[in-house]
Design a protein around this ligand. Structure first.
Ligand code: COA
Length: 144
C-alpha cells in the first residue's frame, strides 16, 4: 500500500464499513508513523480490489483492517489477504494473531473460523452503535 492508493482505498472503506470507515489520517498513520503496521493491497488488472493492515507487536500480531471491494467478493481474495498476514505473523515468530469482529459479521467470522481462529471472548458494546465484538485468536505456536 502506498499513499497513491488512498483515493481508491478510501472509496472502498466507505463501501465496506459504512458505519465506521477509517478516515484518511488513520491510513496515513499506518503508512508512515505506526512502527508496528504492515499494510498490503491486492490488485486485479491494476485496480485495487482489497487491502489489509496488521500489526506485529513483538510476540503478538493483531489484524487491524481487512476489506474486499463488494464487487469482487466470493473469489478468494479475502483468503489471499488473510493468508499474507498469517504467513508474516508466523514467520516473525508470533504466538498469536488476534482480531475483533462485529458479532453480526457472519462472512468475516466464517472466514476466520475456516483458518482455525478460536472464539476467545465477547467485548460488550465495543462499537459506536453499541454492537458487541467477538475477540478471535489464532494460535501460531511462536518461535521468539
Ligand atoms: C470478510 C471479507 C474480507 C471476505 O472477503 P471475500 O473476498 O469475499 O472472501 P473469500 O472469497 O476469500 O471467502 C473466504 C471465506 O469467507 C467466508 N465467507 C465469505 N463470504 C461469506 C458470506 N457471504 N457468508 C458466509 N461466509 C462467507 C467463507 O468461509 C469463505 O470460504 P468458502 O468460499 O470456502 O466458503 C469481505 O466480506 C469484506 O470485505 N467484508 C467487509 C469488511 C469486513 O467486514 N472486514 C472484516 C472486519 S472484522
Amino acid at each position: 500500500m502506498s499513499e497513491a492508493d488512498l483515493p481508491q482505498i478510501l472509496e472502498q472503506e466507505q463501501k465496506c464499513f459504512p458505519d465506521s470507515p477509517w478516515p484518511e489520517k488513520e491510513f496515513l498513520y499506518e503508512l508512515h508513523e505506526n512502527p508496528f503496521s504492515c499494510v498490503q493491497v491486492l490488485e486485479e488488472d491494476g485496480r485495487i480490489v482489497g487491502y489489509i493492515d496488521w500489526w506485529i507487536l513483538y510476540d503478538k500480531a493483531q489484524l487491524a483492517n481487512i476489506a474486499v471491494d463488494p464487487d469482487y467478493r466470493g473469489r478468494g481474495y479475502g483468503k489471499q489477504l488473510l493468508e499474507a498476514c498469517i504467513r508474516d505473523a508466523h514467520e516473525k515468530g508470533c504466538e498469536t494473531l488476534s482480531l475483533e469482529a462485529r458479532v453480526s459479521n457472519t462472512p468475516a467470522i466464517s472466514l476466520y473460523h475456516s483458518y482455525g481462529f478460536i472464539d476467545a471472548a465477547i467485548r460488550k458494546r465495543y462499537y459506536e452503535n453499541g454492537e458487541d465484538a467477538i475477540l478471535m485468536v489464532l494460535p501460531l505456536g511462536g518461535s521468539l
